[in-house]
Ligand binder design. Structure first.
Ligand SMILES: Cc1ncc(COP(=O)(O)O)c(C=O)c1O
Length: 385
């Protein structure tokens, strides 16, 4: 009799519910059901038309579209370095930049480069669930620290200092998924310095930079020379399915990431790199997308209380609000499933983001058209009436 073959423990990770809901919604829509999508976190917009036209031109000129250098095309890396100068006033060398397949692959590269097996990485909950899953699959340990509603679900130096567990790395995500909240800038600077002093590697996930409704977000590079920064073309740049991101690294880390990238991914998608280079010419158009999210956010903030959801985060960026539904359920997963069945609106249960308190929360993504957001609010109000 054949022996039962073992599966690795490290691959035994939780399901990523936002993507599971995306799959369910796709299946339901294929049978004709009409759903307003507030589950998965992706813009309803595509890359600006000018960048798409450029992609067609590039393919005609060079149908082969072979590999690029593992770290990405020099032109795109220079363009990104220029963007740091223009947007943040921070000087970055192209040698510090590595282009990745979405920021998701950047996390794998950066975690492997910065940490040995068993290292302890802190995240503050509620948090983007893939951090936990990627870390676990790399045999890294996750230290979960509960952030406080009164701190906008972002870390403060006090919260970190009072944590009774030690950690080797800390992930910060501002504006955040799922809360859409931003870290206080003074706290951010203090945390960057504290991490440097204590030899804690700060990882700043800046995926939602550019999508802010008041103060713009500051990069960790402004405060730290040792921080690792990740960003993506999936959110502000509206190139989600082109699967492209980048990471900015101290030079010693960049050298390791370059070698890892050669062997783990060879290179990020070539055509996407060409489009990304061009997309920087369309910042004005991308900013009109942000204006649409801003309007959607206002609609939601006005309408959610009328749908019996009066408490949610003060979202200053990204395209999410994280709402408190403790008065409606003890099980956010069941609640979201019922909402999908009965109101035909998809959202993501809080247990994806917060293992201890998430049963009482849901994430609502408002990156769809204004018309769809108005329709979702109508459906939720009818459902709750
Ligand atoms: C906070 C955060 N980081 C990273 C990602 C990964 O995005 P991508 O791999 O498309 O760059 C996401 C996607 O939703 C996210 O919300």
């Amino acid at each position: 009799m054949a022996k039962t073959l073992k599966l690795s423990d490290r691959s035994n990770i939780a399901v990523f519910r936002a993507l599971d809901i995306l799959r369910q919604v796709n299946e339901r829509e294929a049978t004709g059901e009409n759903i307003v999508r507030m589950g998965a976190g992706q813009p309803c917009f595509g890359a600006p038309q000018g960048a798409l036209d450029y992609a067609v031109e590039v393919i005609k000129r060079d149908p082969t579209q072979g590999y690029t250098e593992a770290v990405g095309t020099p032109a795109l890396r220079e363009r990104i370095a220029q963007y740091y100068n223009d947007y943040y006033g921070v000087s970055v060398s192209p040698a510090q930049i590595v282009i990745t397949t979405g920021s998701s692959s950047g996390f794998i590269l950066d975690f492997i480069a910065a940490f040995d097996e068993g290292a302890r990485i802190a995240v503050t909950t509620p948090t983007y669930p893939a951090y936990r899953n990627i870390l676990k699959s790399l045999n890294l340990q996750v230290v979960e620290i509960e952030s406080r509603a009164e701190d906008n679900y972002q870390p403060t130096l006090d919260l970190l200092k009072n944590c009774d567990e030690d950690f080797d790395g800390l992930i910060i995500n501002s504006p955040s998924n799922p809360a859409g909240t931003m870290i206080d800038e003074i706290e951010f600077e203090k945390i960057c310095l504290w991490c440097e002093e204590r030899g804690i590697r700060l990882i700043s996930d800046e995926a939602y930079h550019g999508i802010t409704y008041g103060e713009k977000a500051q990069t960790a590079l402004k405060y730290s020379d040792t921080a690792i920064v990740l960003n993506t073309f999936s959110k502000y740049f509206a190139m989600t399915g082109w699967r492209l991101g980048w990471t900015v690294l101290p030079l010693d880390v960049a050298e390791r990431v370059k070698k890892l990238s050669e062997s783990l991914f060879v290179s990020a998608p070539t055509i996407s790199q060409h489009v990304a280079y061009k997309v920087f010419d369309y910042i004005d158009e991308l900013d009109t997308y942000v204006e649409c999210y801003r309007k959607n956010r206002e609609i939601l903030m006005r309408e959610l209380p009328l749908a019996n959801i009066p408490t949610f985060t003060n979202a200053a960026g990204a395209f999410y609000v994280y709402a408190d539904v403790h008065h409606l359920t003890n099980d956010s997963e069941v609640f979201c499933a019922r909402m999908l069945d009965e109101a035909h609106v998809s959202t993501t249960p809080g247990v994806d983001f917060d293992l201890t308190r998430g049963a009482h929360g849901i994430r609502i993504c408002y990156a769809d058209s204004e018309e769809k957001i108005i329709e979702a609010c109508k459906r939720l109000k009818n459902w709750q009436s």
